[in-house]
Design a protein around this ligand. Sequence first.
Ligand code: SF4
Ligand code: SF4
Ligand code: F3S
Length: 363
Amino acid sequence: MADTKTLGESLRLHGVSRRGFLKFCTATASMMALPPTMVPAIAAALEKAKRPSVIWLSFQECTGCTESLTRSHAPTVENLIFDHISLDYHHTLQVAAGDAAEAAREEAMHENEGEYLLVVDGSIPEGNAGYSTIAGISNLQMLEESAKGAAAIIAVGTCAAFGGLHKAEPNPTGAVAVSDIIKDKPIINVSGCPPIPVVITGVLAHFLTFGTIPELDEYGRPMVFYGQSIHDRCYRRPFYDKGLFAETFDDEGAKKGWCLYKLGCKGPMTYNACATAKWNQGASWPVESGHGCLGCSEPDFWDAGGFYNALSIPTSDVSKLVTVGVAAGVALGAATAGLNHKTKSNAAKNHGTVTVDDLEKTS
Ligand code: SF4
Ligand code: SF4
Ligand code: F3S
């Protein structure tokens, strides 16, 4: 049955006090990287908002994206997903199985037509429907059916956003992204392999609160989280600027925490919030653990990344990119072997609204 309670009513029903409610609003602002001054507006929106129904489909994937979601800590996924939205269908987390599970999906679609949020992780095997089916239904058919009545779609993870691992050469299943199939619905790409947990919950929180999708870059990613490159925010950047680079993973430079550019770091070409939001409750992130960024939030990173090959740009040219900005980004895009820079340079041009630093400051 569709839930007719507002979020405010639902929270009170769960015994959440006014103080607890405002705390939740502050956490929600933080998740969305909004400043604390937005808390009253968020509180007003949440008082009126209905608990949205969420249908979560998993296609060709490794469950890493769901694993990531369950590690959210701000707030926990239990708070967000199980108390404040109605998660009506999720292959991995739902209790129901078989016919009962499919009946739950159909009921949610029927009861909440035009209002539910469809979340997808995994790519879709367009080349041969038989590669991946659920309850005898091909991924393609299930996506098309489920997207029809959705208010919006969130493509979680690089597989759903860009095709990911399965789309890498030779792409035996003909894997494609959600946006390659669905053309008539708003789609938010939350890329990353997997995406950062608080970024997934932050995007859900935005829809939950305002019923709208956040501002997106040209790859359909929320600018508030994907607005700046890893390189822009990297704590090793001062070493990069001084020309101090580790040459191997165990040399003196590596031990001193110097820049990992020559060891294949793709931070200059990669847009994500890892350097500030970090992973595992803010414990660390790839570069902090001594490994260069692989570019996992960018399209075609499996084919284009060349994980341990340095970008084919002299570091002096990367410096120019950083200094000159958009124009240099275009030039740099032409000079490198893989990642598509047009969007990133456009994204760089548009970014600069609310930053992940703001998120940290307000949390
Ligand atoms: Fe797994 Fe990465 Fe694809 Fe997520 S994006 S399903 S973590 S391969
Ligand atoms: Fe950090 Fe990589 Fe940029 Fe070096 S190249 S500053 S390690 S993001
Ligand atoms: Fe992915 Fe690079 Fe972050 S590899 S996890 S975008 S540091």
